[in-house]
Design a protein around this ligand. Structure first.
Ligand SMILES: Cc1cc2nc3c(=O)[nH]c(=O)nc-3n(C[C@H](O)[C@H](O)[C@H](O)COP(=O)(O)OP(=O)(O)OC[C@H]3O[C@@H](n4cnc5c(N)ncnc54)[C@H](O)[C@@H]3O)c2cc1C
Length: 370
């Protein structure tokens, strides 16, 4: 097929889509806001249907080579003493032992290099304007010259610019779940690469997650949505993080210092995103931009699977975009729908809100650990 496609976002969904569209003969341009690869990002999973997709891309061995070796989630007290644990296999999906857990940055980089030289990438740029005409979409960029494309895909994550420009303002489609998450890369190798260690107090969770020879420290906390908080305002994020955790981390306090000192802090609200439709004319959405339940919704797995389904449907009827986009949405929503539900159980297990639920969670973990 000879479609000219612009994909906004060279993350997990965008890079996967670029690979498959280029393979189907499309002329693909990626526009990515970041100037290059970032180091932040907790390990994410390649599970269930996404395993077949990466296997067909020939990159499963590359993913395995840098996958984490984590096999247990261990809950500890403020002194680091064991309070119970879950085997990671408990969370395994339909692809069983073929599933991998990998640092987000590594996954995005491997997917992007698989897409290879057939894909043009505009780094450190973003779409500023989209105008649909009868036979295409005219796109203006912050830096590059305006261009016309047959199709524009928003793969630019939870805070998608494409979604805002072509569909609705963010506040109309995102539901904040009264929790925030932050993560920072740990500055030295971690001795135990098999265990994720988690320390909880009511409404707060701190964890150290080994990944790629080092580790990621993550902070989650329950808090009502902060009005007007900008998802790019790192100073405000650090203030919120300090308010939630200062003096509450016991022997793990130094990781908070690390988060305060870094200029590469990942911070976001935990949100559910369910826009009523994913396509309008020649503009469509994929990955977190289309649907998301941050942390609890298998975001990376759905991003890979959704991108593959979209490419497959476009290849079936490249001359009938509305039909292709409609089939993509109907097929992928079947996968997404159940994943947008399981939030409360996941939140209760990882961030118990009260002392009573924390005691209950630890008791379940002790039984499960045996
Ligand atoms: C830097 C970063 C760190 C993350 N860390 C974590 C984490 O620690 N824990 C976790 O659970 N999830 C994290 N996520 C989210 C998680 O990776 C996603 O749920 C999942 O991978 C879905 O993939 P996606 O491709 O839809 O979105 P993402 O992986 O979010 O990728 C979106 C891409 O679009 C780019 N982008 C954003 N806005 C624009 C724009 N206006 N123009 C062009 N490009 C744009 C982003 O830079 C990114 O490369 C992180 C995402 C990012 C971007």
């Amino acid at each position: 097929m000879s479609l000219r496609v612009l994909i906004s976002g060279a993350g997990i969904a965008g890079s996967t889509l670029a690979y498959w569209l280029a393979r189907h003969g499309c002329t693909v341009t990626l526009v990515e806001l970041a100037a290059g690869r970032r180091s932040s990002g907790s390990p994410v999973d390649v599970k269930g249907p996404s395993v077949d997709v990466v296997e067909r891309m020939g990159i499963l061995p590359d993913l395995r080579a840098v996958a984490t070796r984590v096999n247990r989630l261990v809950f500890v007290d403020a002194e680091g003493r064991d309070r119970g644990s879950f085997r990671m296999k408990t969370f395994q999906g339909s692809a069983g032992d073929r599933e991998v857990e990998i640092a987000r940055a590594d996954l995005a980089a491997i997917l992007l290099s698989a897409a290879g030289e057939n894909v043009r990438t505009l780094w450190a740029d973003t779409i500023t304007e989209l105008t649909q005409t009868g036979d295409g979409v005219r796109v203006c960029f912050r830096h590059a010259e305006p261009e016309r494309f047959d199709l524009v895909v928003g793969a630019d994550g939870l805070h998608s610019t494409v979604r805002r420009l072509a569909f609705a303002p963010e506040e109309d489609v995102i539901r904040h779940l009264d929790m925030y998450v932050a993560s920072v890369l740990v500055d030295r190798p971690i001795r135990d690469e098999h265990h994720v260690v988690m320390f909880n107090t009511p409404g707060r969770a701190f964890s150290v997650h080994p990944a790629s020879g080092t580790a990621v420290a993550a902070f989650m906390f329950r808090r009502r949505a902060v009005a007007g908080l900008d998802h790019r305002d790192t100073a405000a994020h650090k203030r919120l993080l300090a308010e939630a955790f200062t003096g509450r981390l016991g022997r793990f306090e130094r990781y908070l210092d690390l988060a305060m000192a870094t200029d590469d802090l990942y911070f976001d609200s935990i949100s559910r995103l369910q826009p009523p439709r994913w396509s309008t004319g020649r503009v469509t959405l994929v990955g977190d931009a289309a649907s998301c339940l941050s942390l609890f919704g298998d975001g990376s797995t759905l991003a890979i699977a959704g991108a593959h389904t979209l490419a497959e449907e476009l290849a079936r009827t490249p001359d009938d975009l509305p039909a292709a986009l409609d089939r993509y949405e109907r097929r992928h929503r079947v996968l997404v729908k159940p994943r947008l539900r399981g939030y409360r159980i996941g939140a209760m297990l990882l961030v118990p809100g009260t002392r009573a639920t924390l005691v209950l969670r630890d008791a379940i973990a002790r039984l499960s650990g045996r």
